[in-house]
Design a protein around this ligand. Structure first.
Ligand SMILES: [Fe+2]
Ligand SMILES: [Fe+2]
Length: 313
């Protein structure tokens, strides 16, 4: 964990969200739900999410914001009410999971509680990340930041034990791996949207798989900095690069495969552009090489920027 107070809060949120997703997915399995895992996750949401994370806010962060002039009604008042509602849900969830454990039978009530708690907590986290924390940044001084960080760490060791966050990260990551439920946001997006999304950014992307074959590039129908047509798909990357740069491509891929390198970048003057070309190794959770993504963009417009632009044209 680094020592930034805001990272502490937002990292907590991320961990809570991961736990929520796991509970939600398990609850959908009904009779096949992994009861002991869900019980552990609910305990985490209570012991860490409420008694540690929410206390960082209620005992330290919110009082400081009030001291710095934020009104007691407004977002802080709403957040406090929502913490209370979360607690009520958690009490019912604990009761319900204990009933399931004892009887060995799934109850629909549990799924409803999970859905309600999840909706509340997700919107709560969103409001804090996107509204309250940015508001807080405007009133918090550099000294406050150090104070907040130190107090957060103190609360954590008092309520959940020193190093609790790191311990829970390991536990929740293990659960994700066990259930094969690594969070996958892309599966909720259609291939059409994904294609359009990757085509809409001013970057040319290509993907070469672990067998060195080109499998994807974006902007198929647009004019690109370096011409690329559909015939490259399935060809080896060595067949698609000018002879004079093949040795470099081979070296990059070789070093990425052995784990010696994760990225490589180059920049060149090309026509009227200043072209930045970079390669990033794509690895799975175990760190195994799955391929390389190439990113090409004309960075001249960025290099020419000066000052700031905060308004819409
Ligand atoms: Fe909160
Ligand atoms: Fe929070």
């Amino acid at each position: 964990m680094n020592n930034n107070y805001l990272d502490v809060l937002t990292n907590d949120h991320l961990l809570i969200e991961k736990a929520l997703i796991l509970v939600e997915k398990e609850a959908k399995k009904e009779e096949k739900m992994n009861v002991s895992m869900v019980k552990t996750l609910i305990e985490f949401l209570d012991d860490y999410g409420d008694k540690c994370h929410n206390m960082k806010e209620e005992k330290i962060y919110f009082p400081l914001l009030l001291e710095r002039g934020l009104p007691p009604q407004g977002p802080i008042g709403v957040m406090l009410q929502e913490h209370q509602m979360e607690r009520e849900y958690l009490d019912k969830l604990k009761e319900s999971i204990n009933d399931i454990e004892k009887s060995g039978k799934f109850i629909t009530e549990f799924a409803n509680l999970v859905a309600g708690y999840e909706e509340l907590t997700k919107s709560h986290i969103w409001k804090e990340n996107d509204i309250l924390y940015p508001m807080g940044k405007h009133v918090i001084t550099p000294e406050d930041e150090t104070y907040l960080y130190n107090e957060f760490i103190k609360i954590e060791s008092e309520t959940a034990g020193a190093g609790a966050y790191e311990r829970y990260v390991v536990q929740i990551n293990t659960f994700e791996k066990q259930t094969g439920q690594r969070i996958d946001l892309l599966s909720a997006i259609s291939t059409e949207i994904m294609t359009n999304m990757l085509d809409s950014i001013p970057v040319e992307l290509s993907f070469v798989d672990a067998d060195n074959r080109v499998r994807y590039f974006n902007k198929i129908y647009e004019k690109k900095i370096f011409t690329r047509t559909l015939s490259v798909i399935g060809r080896t990357v060595q067949q698609c690069h000018p002879q004079k740069s093949v040795h470099l491509v081979n070296q990059i891929i070789e070093e990425m495969k052995t784990g010696k390198r994760d990225q490589a970048s180059f920049w060149i003057n090309f026509e009227s552009m200043f072209v930045h070309i970079s390669y990033y190794a794509v690895r799975n959770e175990k760190g195994e090489y799955q391929g390389v993504v190439e990113m090409v963009q004309d960075v001249k417009p960025y290099r020419d920027l000066e000052g700031e632009k905060r308004l819409l044209d």
